[in-house]
Design a protein around this ligand. Structure first.
Ligand SMILES: Nc1ncnc2c1ncn2[C@@H]1O[C@H](COP(=O)(O)OP(=O)(O)OP(=O)(O)O)[C@@H](O)[C@H]1O
Length: 326
């Protein structure tokens, strides 16, 4: 059997909500998602669409005022049914996360080498010397110069790109099966961004892990992912291979995200922007949540919410116009 076709992570009908003084607010409204072994899967959408809370639910790191229903099956285990202790055992060992802002995700008071070592201390029985050489090996493997010296530095002594490499080292030191990278390059300049993407590709190739790559930027997703889920207002509105998404986008929201990408030939011209804003999770409008921003909407869109419809093999779209040409 070809193990690349085996699912590593299967999310079914995941709903995430928050108990707030204004009542229950629903941030994720029944999404299903699959990540196969060794696959790099993108989740794209504007701010507030529910990408990060989805990632946090996989990590079992949702805040106390939240609730999650549905199932998150990871290698045969439903992560939502794990106890806190079991979830702690999984985090950092089987599943790791890299956050956007390495300055706030790293401990400012601890030497960076120690921070990588902490994960090994927690999840392995290696002794101090073995852990030290493993940390140096990882630091070297991800392109940190002079690992012995860098081991003893504090986060603020490193550049943004180096700090993000440390965050990646922490994430991969225990050889996890799944890495969730949440906007890992957004805070970095373009050159460093390209280096970090290349590093993630290398890790995926060499350690056979799967990656969920979260971004608001389809251009970055295109660089690294083979499959993409487009999220809007807590729903998956399109799922396709990256190639199909760009050659035949089925949802007007996806089309808007593609049009919003800067192009070389339009240098100097004003960039396209999808009009309007993502609705707040407190909005309970009837019909399709994208309707107020959509150039293709008609009467039915104001009243009914479309199901995900398959328009091609492995290509689903949640729009009444799915399958037609936008
Ligand atoms: N602790 C919380 N209490 C109430 N609402 C929350 C809480 N955390 C997140 N939300 C809401 O859940 C929704 C989804 O947020 P989420 O951070 O997942 O969006 P996102 O797509 O990742 O955007 P961003 O790129 O800005 O992180 C937002 O409307 C957000 O305000």
């Amino acid at each position: 059997m070809n193990c690349e076709n085996e699912p590593l992570l299967e999310i079914k009908d995941l709903k995430i909500g928050f108990k707030t003084p204004e009542g229950l607010l629903h941030a994720v409204k029944g999404i299903s998602l699959e990540v196969k072994k060794r696959e790099i899967v993108g989740i794209v959408g504007e701010s507030g669409c529910g990408k990060t809370v989805t990632a946090l639910s996989i990590m079992r790191l949702l805040p106390d005022n939240s609730f999650a229903t549905g199932s998150i099956n990871f290698s045969g285990i439903d992560l939502l049914s794990l106890t806190e202790d079991e979830a702690r055992g999984t985090r950092g060992r089987d599943i790791s996360m890299i956050f956007q802002d390495s300055l706030s995700s790293l401990n400012p008071l601890m030497k960076v080498g120690r921070q990588i070592d902490e994960n090994l201390m927690m999840h392995t029985s290696l002794d101090k010397a073995e852990r030290f050489s493993r940390v140096l090996e990882i630091m070297k493997g991800i392109g940190l110069p002079d690992p012995e010296r860098t081991y003893g530095k504090y986060p603020h002594e490193l550049s943004g790109g180096m700090r993000q490499r440390i965050a990646i080292a922490i994430a991969i030191v225990c050889n996890p099966d799944l890495i969730i990278a949440d906007e890992p390059t957004t805070a970095l300049d373009v050159t460093v961004q390209a280096q970090i993407l290349e590093l993630l590709r290398k890790i995926n190739r060499e350690s056979n892990c799967s990656i969920i790559f979260i971004s608001h930027n389809l251009g970055v997703i295109r660089e690294i992912c083979s499959k993409v889920y487009v999220m809007y207002a807590g729903h998956i509105v399109e799922r396709a291979s990256t190639e199909a998404l760009f050659t035949n986008p089925g949802h007007p929201y996806t089309l808007g995200l593609i049009k919003a990408l800067p192009k070389l030939e339009s240098k100097g011209k004003e960039l396209f922007d999808i009009r309007g804003r993502v609705p707040s999770i407190a909005d309970l409008t009837q019909g399709c949540p994208f309707e107020p921003r959509c150039d293709y909407s008609f009467e039915r869109c104001r009243k009914e919410f479309p199901d995900l419809k398959e328009i091609d093999s492995d290509h689903e779209v949640r729009c009444f116009l799915a399958g037609g040409k936008l």
